[in-house]
Design a protein around this ligand. Structure first.
Ligand code: EAX
Length: 324
């Protein structure tokens, strides 16, 4: 510290606002998404806007590619203030706030517009507010996208094809319950472990949106894809609560509005990226299977027993509100 309170007092500067030291912050923002993916384009925009609007007082350092660990680990690091921000898949947050599990039910959203409508409603805000109890402020709903299947061997068309298949899932209880309910063998692993597990045959397949499957090179070992769109996966932009609340109202507003801008950017980039990346996967030798209408219906029907079993496990009113 070049200037201490003692120095200031010596010069009669006790009332000085001290902009040099106390208002400067560095935000470490970790995520598992590949650098350059649409999410990280949004997070870079967030960093730029925060730097610009605070004249460089607040610096955001984005660490992509699981550099700071897996998603659950980074949520805990954000909780404890080891890092300031992260943006996990909503599913991972079920381990922190159970009420968020309603978003982990398969085939709940037909398309991204419908999902945005629900997430951006009062209901969506209310659900995010619950994370405050875990020491986290949620700045909004980012997006990973619709998750599809990628297998190391053989094409999947209908739920029966998943019988006995070792599928890597996230560490998300409702996802695991669904895959089990259709006879698959879900294997929860954190994201940084997935590539090697596919390569070594620990798992037979993985599910994620095309963009992440491709950028994380998971489509090299798992190059039989099926466009199941079984889960719409939002990612929540999280910031450590104590840190956030230590900021001035103005700085909080800057962070919130930069996060809003990042989310808009991510959602608009996501509109076309799935088709673009799908074409790249096919050009690289991957097989991508579309479902017929009947096959798609078979997937939706496959989730009915899961709903019957699990709807009472979650906040049923919220589940109903979403379905309506
Ligand atoms: O949130 O672990 C996963 O498969 C997630 O899709 C990924 O971490 C991004």
């Amino acid at each position: 510290n070049l200037i201490t309170a003692g120095t200031m007092a010596a010069f009669g500067l006790t009332a000085w606002s001290g902009v040099v030291a106390s208002d400067s912050h560095t935000i470490k923002f970790g995520n598992v998404i590949s650098a350059g993916d649409t999410q990280n384009q949004g997070y870079e925009l967030f960093a730029e806007q925060v730097a610009e609007r605070t004249d460089g007082r607040i610096t955001v350092e984005v660490y992509p590619d699981s550099q700071l660990g897996g998603e659950r680990e980074m949520v805990e690091a954000t909780q404890f203030g080891d890092i300031e921000m992260t943006a996990p898949s909503v599913g991972v947050l079920a381990n922190f706030d159970k009420s968020l599990e309603v978003f982990d039910f398969p085939f709940i959203f037909e398309d991204a517009d419908t999902a945005h409508e629900v997430l951006d409603s009062e209901l969506g805000d209310e659900m995010l507010a619950g994370l405050a109890d875990s020491g986290l402020v949620a700045l909004g709903w980012g997006e990973n996208g619709f998750r599809n299947l990628a297998m190391t061997d053989g094409t999947v068309r209908v739920p029966e094809d998943m019988e006995g298949v070792k599928l890597r899932t996230m560490q998300v209880p409702m996802h695991i319950a669904y895959w089990e309910s259709i006879g698959a063998a879900p294997t929860p692993l954190s994201f940084p472990e997935v590539f090697t597990s596919l390569q070594q045959g620990v798992v037979d397949g993985v599910e994620n949106p095309y963009e992440l499957l491709y950028s994380a090179r998971l489509t090299e070992p798992a190059n039989y894809l099926t466009e199941t769109r079984h889960i719409y996966d939002p990612e929540v932009l999280l910031i450590n609560k104590d840190f956030y609340e230590s900021l001035s109202d103005e700085d909080q507003e800057i962070i919130q509005s930069a996060a809003d801008a990042a989310i808009d950017e991510i959602r608009s980039l996501k509109e076309n990226v799935s088709d673009e990346i799908r074409a790249e996967i096919e050009a690289a030798g991957g097989t991508v299977t579309d479902l017929t209408e009947e096959e798609r219906q078979a997937w939706i029907d496959s989730a009915v027993p899961f709903y019957a079993e699990n709807a009472s496990e979650v906040d049923t009113d919220k589940l109903k509100a979403i379905l309506e």
